[in-house]
Design a protein around this ligand. Structure first.
Ligand SMILES: [Zn+2]
Length: 213
């Protein structure tokens, strides 16, 4: 689905299996946000193919957080694709993997602050709570926020998984709610479009969920 010129959303609609929404930022660099589960990556490949692209055309994969339904498929990309995740969630992945399996090393870490990839300028916001190193990627020029599992359309990310923390999630949600957002690009479910709708969504989340965090 084309969201606007230069941004595609591969929205996951099959609720019989858990997978995340994947986003493709097109332009002089091709950036994929959250490739999803490895065994469900065919869903992304089909939609890339419809755009005459393949996974080999992807320059950078950005992982919003280290849960397998967002991150796992990063293992199948070739050497020319650069991988990025926060240090905190890479540490979490390594801890959970233990001696059982090997966690790949990213090409660079996502840190709080500016991130430039080709002609695209973003801000990385460290937004812990759902996981210790969840990030949101803000694209000021397009007023778009890749929110991972921090907030959804009428919902919030779980805090009962390893390293989850309700107080931190509240703080993170308050922080992103102050941004100028036209497109709230959620990690699961429908996206939220329009500044008024996005603000309404934040207000509703605060009213309905914050007492329970
Ligand atoms: Zn998650």
């Amino acid at each position: 689905m084309k969201i606007f010129d230069g941004l595609y959303g591969f929205i996951w609609n099959d609720y019989s299996e858990n997978n995340c929404n994947t986003y493709l930022i097109d332009g002089d660099r091709k950036i994929l946000v959250d490739p999803g589960h490895r065994h469900l990556f065919g869903h992304v490949e089909r939609q890339l193919k419809a755009l005459n692209l393949s996974r080999d055309d992807i320059d950078v994969v950005i992982i919003t957080h280290g849960h397998p339904d967002h991150q796992e498929a990063w293992e199948i990309f070739g050497n020319r694709t650069r991988m990025a995740i926060s240090i905190e969630d890479h540490e979490l992945l390594k801890k959970l993997a233990g001696h059982y399996f090997k966690v790949p090393e990213p090409d660079f870490f996502l840190r709080e602050g500016d991130l430039t990839i080709g002609s695209h300028h973003f801000q990385v916001l460290l937004t812990p709570g759902h996981s210790p190193g969840s990030i949101c990627l803000y694209w000021p020029e397009r007023k778009a926020l890749f929110a991972g599992d921090v907030v959804f359309n009428r919902g919030i990310g779980r805090t009962d998984l390893p390293g989850g923390n309700g107080d931190l999630l509240k703080e993170s949600i308050r922080r992103i709610s102050t941004l100028d957002i036209e497109y709230l690009l959620t990690g699961h479910g429908p996206i939220v479009k329009g500044a008024d709708e996005v603000q309404l969504n934040f207000r509703m989340i605060e009213d309905q969920w914050f007492d329970y965090l």
